[in-house]
Ligand binder design. Structure first.
Ligand SMILES: *[C@@H]1O[C@H](CO)[C@@H](O)[C@H](O)[C@H]1NC(C)=O
Length: 205
């Protein structure tokens, strides 16, 4: 009896410690936000150049008053599963303090229950890594804890994915183009001298 009580209180302590130090679990969050973004399925956006328009709001078909605790909305870019494969540093964890899916914040705004829909134009930042993404928004309460979410993809993260092409990837191809071009110039320069020399020779007799 005594030891049973002991184990129970230990379990309770573990549970308590877990909830005190861990974060909100994604699987417990209701999908009450509707999130839409301008990129079409499969489109490729260029870092530093293209813009994403993202729109979010409470799902209007839900019962009113669900959002009384919503204080803030954070909209984030998240790695699609194909870009997480074999990359532990992008791993999805249910505990949101450890989750690495959504590493890029696009915008954070106070939540407004009077605005049915809000939107934001986000220019794809220059340092975005090349990857496949979707967009997710979290509603936070006044303590900063996630209380609801919405995302542009389905629950399996297979639909409405888009790509961002990072700048470093483009630089490589630019560098290759530049190298080819300068090799071509060197060759043509020598060719030009050779022809001029021959011309000079033949006219000099
Ligand atoms: C809004 O909520 C309803 C009821 O849960 C659901 O059927 C519908 O798919 C949701 N709409 C969107 C766009 O997520």
């Amino acid at each position: 009896m005594a030891s049973g009580f002991h184990i129970n209180s230990l379990l309770f302590l573990f549970f308590f410690a877990g909830s005190a130090f861990g974060g909100v679990h994604f699987s417990t969050l209701p999908q009450n936000l509707v999130v839409q973004a301008s990129p079409k399925q499969g489109s490729v956006l260029r870092a530093g150049e293209d813009t994403i328009k993202v729109t979010w709001g409470l799902n209007q078909t839900l019962a009113p008053g669900l959002d009384t605790k919503y204080n803030k909305v954070k909209v984030k870019l998240c790695y699609a599963p194909i870009s997480q494969k074999d990359r532990a540093w992008r791993k999805t964890e249910d505990d949101l303090t450890r989750d690495k899916t959504c590493q890029f914040q696009m915008v954070a705004k106070p939540y407004s229950s009077t605005n049915k829909e809000e939107s934001f134009d986000w220019k794809v930042e220059r340092d975005m890594p090349t990857a496949t993404y979707f967009i997710r928004a979290y509603a936070l309460d006044s303590d900063g804890n996630q209380v609801a979410y919405g995302q542009t993809t389905d629950s399996h993260k297979t639909t409405n994915l888009f790509e961002i092409q990072g700048i470093s990837g483009r630089h490589v191809s630019l560098d290759i183009a530049a190298a080819c071009f300068s090799a071509f110039s060197v060759v043509s320069l020598f060719g030009f001298f050779y022809i001029e020399k021959r011309k000079a020779k033949s006219s000099g007799k």
